[in-house]
Design a binder for this molecule. Sequence first.
Ligand SMILES: [Fe+2]
Length: 351
Amino acid sequence: MKMHKLILSFLLFIGVVSFSCKHYPTEFCTYPVANDSIPLLSRIAFGSCAKEDKDQPILKVIADKQPDLFIYMGDNIYANTEDMDEMKGKYALLSCKEEFQYLMASNPVIATWDDHDFGANDIGSEYSKKAESKQLFLEFWKEPANSPRWDHPGIYTSYYYGDSTHRIQIILLDMRTFRSPLKASGSEYIPDPDPSKTFLGTAQWAWLESELEQPAQIRIIATSIPFASEESGDETWSNFPLEQQKMYDLILSTQANGVLFMSGDVHYAELSQRNVPGLYPICDFTSSGITQVDPFADGNQYRLGSAIVTRNFGMIEINWSLPDPEIKMMIFNESGNEVYAHTITLSTLHF
Ligand SMILES: [Fe+2]
């Protein structure tokens, strides 16, 4: 987090210090869960960065767009604590919100985490309550008892939707449990070329390789922090350039067609596109935030068009009826108005 954001956070901290002393509910409110059978996945909504102590009217706007699926991309609450009672209380506040209950009843929802719901600002594997935080996360999001997420460290997982000719694979990465410490200069993170530094860790990388070898027409790789944006001083994959390159190399070696990155965290929305030798264009579609937005966006030479700096959510809409299906990437504001759109065809995501 850059200095101007730290100052903003400090001022906010002064304003909310009394709130941090409050008593939180001790149990989650019961919330409904929509039928998660999705025969054909065509409309995928997503968002990130939602403070549990704020109203979240955009959740109703999302639900009223009737997506087939909504993906929580992380910072779904701002836990920022090693006190598991406090973390549970913050999840409980979210669970009791009428607009959250409305969203959860309206469409299937899947989730990954980022730093604030993992445990603390910009933190990685050094967080001391990884196991406890994971337990709360999986309980809150009603992870099925037979989910492989319970069986390995971290919360990475994948989902498959549609038949063999309309198959969408959604890969939810865990960007926190295994992440090495970042390198900083002053208040800015700088690229660290140390080959021992990792985002995903050995086991998650091996799992990802096996996932990319599975058949699918479209593969959404959900990474809570941006993958393709420029080095910005904030958290992006460019903090560990060898890990970013490893991802490119993995897409190349597996010949995985249809990869599209999805991300959050940054408090604005944007679409980035990287043209890497030997690969098809690599898109990274970012939406943030549900409640948290900054008045300006970081520089990013790979951004297509302008960033959106008002509260927003993203939508990916696939027109399967065309011989070469179109993939439309849209950003909506909290009034439900489309404020950004960019369309590509599936064939452009092929080797
Ligand atoms: Fe974050």
